[in-house]
Each structure stands twice: as C-alpha cells, then as structure tokens.
Design a protein around this ligand. Structure first.
Ligand code: SF4
Length: 370
C-alpha cells in the first residue's frame, strides 16, 4: 500500500483552520496528522498485515486492552499461523490459547468461522463487510475494520473506543447501548470516515480512543480535537458517553468440587459446548446442601474434605459466589474411564481451556503444595 501522496499533502497543510464549532470536514485530516506523529505503528498485528492476523487481533481486542492482548496474540499466531491451521485444531487447544482472556464465545466463534472460511472460501478471508458479517462472531464494526485495514477501502468502524470518542466529540449524552444512539453514532462514524487512507484512519481512531480519549482522565491537551470537541469545550467530559441505566446484578451461588488424587492431579470436567464457559474445563459443580450425598455417590473414595476460600466471579449479567471444597480421593480408576473427566497435572498441564475461577483455584492449590 502506498500512502505517500495523501500523507505528504496532510503534512504540508498545517492544521490551523479549526473553529469553535465541530469542524467535521477536517476531522479525518487532523486525526491522520496526529496518527502520523504520535499513533502506534509497532503493535504486532500492524506488522506483516494479513486478513487473518487483523481478524484475530480485532476479535481479541473486543472488550480487552492492547497490553493484555499482545502476548495472547503472539502465542495464538505462533500456534495457529493460518486460517487452515486454526480450522483443523481441536477446540481444547484453541480454548487453551484463550485461557485468561475471557469472553470465550469469541474463541469458539473464531474456530467455527475458520472452518467455514476453509470450506466456503478456500481458506482466504472474504474481504467484504457483508460476507464477513455472515461468519460467526464477526459484527459490523469488526468487518469494517478488517476491510479498511486490509484493503484500504472505504469501510466504517464503531467499536467501544470510537463510540466514546464520537459521543464526546458530538456531545451525545445518551447511553451508546441504545439502538437509536448506536444508529446516530454509526451515522457520524460514516460521515467522518475518509475515502483515502482509510486503513490509517481506522488504526488512528481506535488508537486515539485507546491512548488519549480514555475512559477516565482523557489527555485532552494532546488531542487534535480540543478546539471543537463539544464535551471538552463545555468542560463536561465526564457526562459522555451517557451511562448505562443502573441495574443491580443478581447473585448466584455454586459449590465447586476440587478433587485431587494421590499424584497431586486435579479432576476437571468438560462443560457442555453451549452456554456459560462452553467447551472449557471446570470443576464439577454441586449444590452445597447435597455435598455429602454427592460425595457418597462419586465413583471415588473421598478422603479429606475441607472448604477453601470462597470468592466472587462477576459476569456481565450476574455475580457468581463460588465456594470451592477440596476433596482428596484414593481411588479414581472409574473416573479415568469417563471421557468428560480428566486428571489435570500441575507439573505437566495439558493444553486445554480453563475457566478463570479454575485458574485461580489451581494457583491457590499450588501455593499450598497440594
Ligand atoms: S478533546 Fe478530550 S474528550 Fe474530546 S475527543 Fe479529545 S481527548 Fe476526547
């Protein structure tokens, strides 16, 4: 891709024609000028740009910060260097690479979509917004980012960072989750997106949201929009974007059976592929009141029973109060023969996807040298 002409033109034009009103016509040039000087250009997915790498990075970056994503992205691409490699991997190894990143539906959809790309598109990502949004897990904004970055063609994005920037720039104080507000933001995003240097513009608007126009303490003095950002001009940045109407999250409780054997291995159970933590490995969950009866029914001989430190795990739609109960068993042969269970070795951990509470409990077991 060659951007030299447009780039030179922008640098040759000093950014001086800003007015007190939102100067939409110069939004893109100002953003590109800022990006050329200050934007990040050394992120792993900005090197050796391919549709596959851009797709994986865009999915990982949903609801997740760049610094968190970088090591996951590098390991994922190393393990699955192509769409075909990802399609042919088993789900356990894909979820294993995702362990700790959260929102596991993203990994399951990535895997499913890879298979569809191999079967329907000969292993090449289709590069139109319509074809991309027909694949599992790819929404309108992600599709727009892939097309814009890979083809440098007009395509619009509106991820969480961009929603925040535009809500502030246009002083839209209603919650962006409302359909009418989302539609209004899409309209603004479309108007602002240039026809040239779309790839850089797309990187730039995401970058500005991630580095300057951050959720708290935005760095307005360094922003190219101080002169016409309506939130900044009215000194009311904290009012934008509008807040989600408050709803108290319900609390659920569960008891996780942490069963260890003589070799220090931990018994895990594979969760159904659909639903919460689908396809990941976790501890068997039981109702605390039923524990004695359930332990009596287990095809193992329970040895020690002790509660571990209870803790709370919060999902987007509820809190889960988890009480782990540690049980040591002396005979586990019957369990070894059941596919849905595995014995997880702390010294030679298998490549499987674990839920975050499982990782946390395993860490605390390690500390107590179980
Ligand atoms: S001036 Fe401040 S609030 Fe407005 S877009 Fe820039 S960083 Fe965000």
């Amino acid at each position: 891709m060659c951007f030299t002409t447009a780039h030179e033109k922008i640098l040759a034009e000093p950014i001086s024609s800003q007015t007190d009103q939102s100067d939409v016509a110069t939004f893109a040039p100002r953003l590109l000028h800022w990006f050329d000087n200050f934007g990040r250009k050394d992120l792993p997915w900005q090197q050796n740009i391919t549709p596959y790498r851009v797709w994986v990075s865009e999915i990982m970056l949903q609801q997740t910060q760049v610094t968190t994503v970088i090591p996951y992205f590098q390991r994922f691409i190393e393990t699955f260097p192509t769409v075909t490699a990802l399609a042919h991997a088993d789900q356990d190894s894909v979820l294993h690479q995702w362990t700790g990143l959260g929102y596991y539906a993203r990994a399951r959809n990535l895997h499913k979509a890879a298979w569809q790309i191999v079967t329907d598109f000969n292993g090449e990502l289709p590069l139109t917004v319509d074809e991309l949004t027909a694949l599992p897990g790819i929404g309108r904004s992600t599709a727009g980012a892939i097309v814009a970055i890979c083809k440098d063609e007009f395509a619009v994005i509106l991820d969480g960072n961009v929603k925040r920037v535009l809500s502030r720039y246009f002083a839209i104080d209603r919650w962006p989750g409302q359909t009418s507000v989302t539609n209004e933001l899409w309209q603004h995003a479309k108007e602002l997106t240039p026809n040239k240097r779309v790839a850089h513009y797309t990187q730039a608007i995401m970058d500005l949201g991630a580095t300057l126009c951050t959720r708290s303490n935005p760095d307005c003095p360094a922003c190219p929009f101080t002169s016409d950002c309506l939130a900044h001009q009215s000194d009311s940045i904290e009012s934008y974007p509008g807040k989600k109407p408050k709803k108290t999250l319900p609390t659920k409780t569960t008891c996780m059976l942490v069963i260890t054997n003589h070799d220090g291995e931990i018994m895990l159970e594979k969760r159904p592929s659909r639903g919460l933590w689908g396809g990941l490995w976790s501890f068997p969950e039981i109702n605390l009141a039923d524990i004695d009866r359930l332990l009596a029914d287990l095809p193992v001989v329970p040895h020690i029973k002790r509660p571990m430190q209870a803790f709370r795990h919060t999902f987007t739609h509820f809190h889960l109060e988890i009480t782990p109960i540690h049980v040591q068993v002396t005979a586990e042969e019957q369990m070894r023969r059941q596919d849905k269970f595995c014995w997880y070795s702390l010294t030679h951990p298998p490549s499987i996807g674990l839920t975050r509470p499982v990782t946390r409990i395993i860490e605390s077991l390690k500390e107590t040298h179980v």
